[in-house]
Design a protein around this ligand. Structure first.
Ligand code: ADP
Ligand code: MG
Length: 392
């Protein structure tokens, strides 16, 4: 009975800690010793006692019924007590080990205490009361160690949790600070940009073709800056802003995004193909999802060599809508992959480094997922998933 309970405790990951009846192995080559010892222990305690006359047999039995306490003779033919107990120690790191010795072997026994991790040695002939005290103290210590180990594990788990929370907090703080600075800058730049808009009037009114040409360059720069300012404002708006979502055709949003991109200079020199396998419905803010797809396809196109192909696929599985953007560009090195979505991280001369970060947030706000698979030399695949409603 006690045996089963201690096994149960082991299987459930708990250590013996008091209330379970311990199993005690008594090992001595002399059957008279094992018999008298086990009888005495059984009379005095409710422990489960098992007797063996050879260390090897005891080791075999341990697989099925691991002991909490092992009491072994020192001098035995074949495997002696120290060899036997060190093998027990290797299998049962928490077992309480006691060595029975004659007076002459005391010195070796004392050495074994340290080498093998033996709890106590007991001199033959033993005093039963003394032996019981030693075993009980061993069990108490074992329970204490188990308790400490449990507490330590719990503490370590808490510590890891705290560390994670701290890292997250620092990251959030940094993002918020970057957002505040960026937002202030974006507003100021936006105001000034309105004035740069006069370049358009200059271009229209100037009769001098050279002036018109310069003005055109300024107009183009103004448009790029205005787009950047919009992107930064969008980034800085934070995750708090709410916007309505309604059931929408995801494939239609993708088609619309590709239509917007058709006039993009980078897109014009590459092929973008769309394969609609199914037309999933999802709860979306259509404009936001279009923006995400525009960002992803834009990245894919910019990574592709002129003439290269970007394949966009719309599909649906049990989880919902799935939009895949695949390019055969250079792929991303692990250092780049690790920093994806970090605000202002870009490897492009004219990149804002905001596209993926904003996309990630929009996807989060849709309870979706954005997975990036990329390998240097083999291009990139970005998978956008949105929880689905039902197939349209
Ligand atoms: P930006 O496009 O303005 O640089 P993003 O946030 O969209 O900002 O992307 C950040 C960086 O991620 C890019 O500069 C680029 O290094 C890398 N990246 C994104 N998409 C791809 C892709 N399809 N192939 C290779 N690199 C990519
Ligand atoms: Mg981008």
């Amino acid at each position: 009975m006690g045996l089963d309970r201690s096994r149960l405790a082991r299987q459930t990951g708990a250590w013996y800690a008091g209330p379970v009846t311990p199993t005690v192995y008594v090992v001595d080559d002399d059957p008279l010793v094992t018999e008298s010892l086990s009888r005495a222990l059984e009379l005095e305690t409710d422990w489960t006692v098992r007797a063996f006359n050879h260390g090897g047999q005891a080791l075999e039995a341990m697989a099925g019924a691991p002991p909490e306490v092992v009491l072994s003779d020192f001098k035995m033919p074949g495997m002696d007590g120290i060899a036997f107990l060190s093998r027990v120690r290797a299998r049962e790191p928490d077992a309480v080990l006691l060595l029975l010795t004659g007076y002459a072997d005391k010195e070796s026994a004392i050495r074994a205490i340290n080498d093998v991790g033996i709890w106590q040695y007991v001199e033959k002939p033993w005093d039963l009361g003394d032996l019981l005290v030693k075993i009980r103290q061993g069990l108490e210590r074992r329970a204490l160690v188990a308790e400490l180990r449990k507490k330590n594990l719990a503490l370590e788990a808490r510590l890891a949790e705290l560390e994670r929370a701290h890292v997250e907090l620092v990251r959030a703080e940094r993002l918020a600070a970057v957002g505040r600075v960026a937002s202030g800058l974006a507003h100021e730049i936006g105001n000034q940009l309105a004035l740069v808009g006069y370049a358009e009037a200059i271009r229209e009114r100037s009769r001098d073709p050279e002036v018109a040409e310069f003005a055109e360059v300024i107009v183009a720069a103004q448009r790029r800056l205005a787009a950047l300012v919009d992107e930064i404002k969008d980034f800085a708006r934070g995750a708090s802003a709410q916007y309505p979502r309604e059931p929408g055709d995801v494939a239609a949003a993708v088609e619309e995004a590709l239509a917007i991109l058709r006039f993009d200079a980078d897109v014009k020199s590459r092929r973008v193909s769309l394969e609609v396998k199914r037309r999933p419905l999802a709860l979306i803010h259509r404009g936001k999802i279009e923006q995400v797809v525009v960002n992803l396809v834009h990245n894919a196109v910019q990574a592709s060599p002129p003439g290269g192909e970007v394949v966009v696929t719309v599909d649906e599985d049990e989880a919902g809508a799935k939009v895949t953007v695949r390019d055969r560009g250079p792929g991303m090195a692990p250092e780049v992959l690790a920093r994806l979505g970090e605000p202002f991280f870009t490897t492009k001369e004219r990149g804002s480094g905001l596209g993926l970060g904003i996309s990630r947030r929009v996807v989060d706000e849709h309870a979706g997922r954005l997975d990036v698979r990329s390998q240097v030399g083999d291009g990139t695949e970005v998978i956008l998933r949105l929880p689905g409603l039902a197939s349209a």
